[in-house]
Design a protein around this ligand. Structure first.
Ligand SMILES: [Zn+2]
Length: 403
């Protein structure tokens, strides 16, 4: 509840790093608290990353593991002056948020709340998001550090802690020093429902279609003008409306999605994101999309197009499939903590997808954060506690499985 009161909203338009300096306000608090807890190697670097070490308590050579969460909150909803409210012993009723009583959290909209009867639920007050995404993860890792330092009799290897800025703007791991981090395997704490264990994310590319038309004075344009704006309109209209889009797909289905149009008569640009769980299928989506573009532009003599694709991130399963023990240990740890593990797909990317390809295979573990990026965001205290319990077990599973 303290961490969410620090405004750490990131900014997708900013080019500096971190995207907003205020993210360091929380980083500084975490740095001081980590020192008070008594962990080692506490460092806040110039980019706003916080690194720390929970030292090993065993003679075994256990692989170094890392627990990671992000400090920033989503640009989609204000994170300024967050007023967290603790609703103890929640009984399934509608939660009316006091600072804007039109904001009501109901079990109809949020059925997961029905599973949380008797829990203590934290919400915001109606004007802002809560920021449980991902300060729940931060709090869980802080509590873990405190617990393990207080209980040196618990056997575990060296554990690295990493708190990142700018996850929500897709740049969270841009300046992570992997060598300094020095961990072989990692886990992000950024999942939702209790028991969620995520080892698969989308593979993602971006595509840009540039349509070139021919400009002319509108009064004398007959037979001369070719409007790139109109061609772009026809191109977007030619995309399927009942499939192949975010609003018509779920589970393992991929899609293409126009995210921005910017246009003049002479030149109009349409930006796309392309998503699939099968990395190899991205090329099929690109070819199909370019085919529709090509056919549309071909109807307009004098017009031409360019189509370029850039890689964004890859499904971490491409890495994790060869290292099943990383997720298996988390699965085992949840069961020991009395949590029923459930494998989920992430229809998006996480810091973990990128970290997996930077040399630190990194599934995602639940925190209890729900209704994220909105004023209806909430988190169960008991879910957070179960996540701490899971990490305590997980650290021990890694130690036990090391010969
Ligand atoms: Zn998050």
């Amino acid at each position: 509840m303290r961490y969410v009161q620090v405004d750490t909203q990131s900014d997708p338009e900013a080019t500096g790093f971190p995207s907003t300096e205020k993210q360091k306000d929380l980083a500084k608090i975490l740095k001081e608290e980590l020192k008070q807890i008594g962990v080692s190697d506490v460092e806040l670097d110039e980019h706003g990353y916080v690194y720390a070490t929970i030292p090993s308590t065993t003679d075994k050579e256990v692989p170094v593991i890392c627990f990671c969460s992000h400090m920033d909150t989503a640009p989609d909803c204000s994170g300024k002056d967050v007023k967290p409210i603790l609703h103890t012993n929640y009984q399934g009723h509608d939660i009316i948020l006091p600072d804007d009583t039109t904001q009501v959290i109901t079990t109809k909209q949020h059925p997961y709340l029905k599973e949380r009867l008797g829990d203590d639920i934290i919400t915001a007050s109606g004007k802002t998001l809560l920021g449980a995404d991902d300060k729940a993860g931060v709090a869980i890792i802080m509590d873990l550090a405190n617990y393990l330092i207080q209980h040196p009799e618990i056997k575990h290897g060296k554990i690295r802690i990493l708190f990142t800025p700018d996850e929500e703007v897709g740049r969270g791991v841009e300046k992570v020093d992997m060598k300094k981090l020095g961990a072989s395997f990692g886990y992000t704490l950024d999942g939702g429902e209790r028991g969620a264990l995520e080892s698969e994310s989308f593979s993602a590319d971006g595509a840009v279609a540039v349509i070139h038309g021919i400009s002319a004075h509108p009064g004398y344009a007959k037979g001369k003008m070719v409007s790139a704006i109109k061609i772009a309109g026809e191109f977007v209209d030619a995309l399927p409306k009942d499939s192949w889009s975010p609003e018509t797909t779920q589970d393992r289905e991929g899609y293409i999605h126009p995210t921005a149009i910017d246009g003049l008569i002479e030149k109009t640009t349409v930006k796309f994101i392309i998503r699939d769980f099968e990395t190899s299928r991205l090329k099929e989506h690109q070819d199909r999309l370019e085919g529709i573009l090509k056919a549309t532009v071909a109807k307009y003599p004098g017009a031409r197009y360019e189509f370029t694709v850039s890689e964004q991130y890859r499904n971490m399963m491409d890495i994790l499939k060869d290292l099943p023990h990383v997720a298996d240990y988390a699965n085992e740890a949840m069961q020991r903590a009395g949590v029923k593990p459930e494998e989920h797909l992430i229809r998006g990317g996480t810091d973990g997808s990128r970290l997996s390809f930077m040399g630190m295979p990194c599934p995602n573990i639940f925190t209890g954060e729900m209704g994220i990026h909105s004023k209806h965001e909430y988190v169960s205290v008991q879910d957070m506690q179960k996540a701490v319990d899971t990490l305590v077990e997980l650290a021990q599973v890694w130690e036990e499985r090391t010969i």
